[in-house]
Design a protein around this ligand. Structure first.
Ligand code: XMP
Length: 171
């Protein structure tokens, strides 16, 4: 399927570097662990951490939504094998996109319950008009229209993640 560019590579690069600078200023001298939610935030993680020029650790968390056949609500499945040690760490949870907000809200609680000193959130993208859970990300790259986006880590059926830009799938 063709993809129409929504956020070009250079804009992603500039904005992610900007966010990295903000994170570095806010967390200087603190025991920061940036925890990225797999798989969609791989690219933003790699670019962001190189712009956060204060000492910090990187953790990965694999979470996926499972929607049962007979229900409209989804259950978040967290892979505990990958979960990083966050005890007494200031955690910045990083996700690719905030849609309804369910994933991020659940993972904030999860990380807090694992003994983190503090938990804040960063998202590359935030869709307008889709949120059902009242969570306000502490860092946000771009606000985007309500469209299905791919690229720069985001997928459709596991394809398109490698694209260096964020785009909208065309029918
Ligand atoms: P919630 O609704 O929990 O969803 O905020 C967040 C997760 O849903 C996925 N998601 C998308 N993935 N293009 C994608 O490739 C999209 O437009 C999109 N919208 C939501 C994503 O995994 C995110 O972590």
């Amino acid at each position: 399927m063709p993809v129409e560019v929504l956020i070009p590579e250079a804009a992603l690069h500039d904005r992610v570097r900007e966010l990295g600078g903000e994170v570095a200023r806010d967390y200087a001298g603190k025991p920061l662990t940036i925890v990225a939610i797999l798989t969609g935030s791989l690219m933003v993680l790699a670019d962001l951490v190189r712009a956060v020029d204060v000492p910090h650790r990187i953790g990965l968390l694999h979470a996926s939504s499972y929607r049962g056949a007979s229900t409209t609500s989804s259950t978040l499945i967290i892979n505990e094998n990958l979960a990083p040690d966050v005890v007494d760490r200031d955690v910045l949870l990083l996700d690719d996109i905030l849609d309804t907000g369910q994933t991020l809200a659940a993972l904030v609680d999860h990380i807090a319950a694992r003994g983190a000193k503090s938990v804040k959130t960063a998202v590359l993208l935030r869709k307008v008009g889709r949120q059902t859970v009242p969570i306000e990300p502490d860092y946000c790259g771009f606000t985007i229209p309500d469209a299905f986006v791919v690229g720069y880590g985001l997928d459709y059926d596991d394809d398109y993640r490698h694209l260096p830009y964020v785009g909208v799938l065309q029918d």
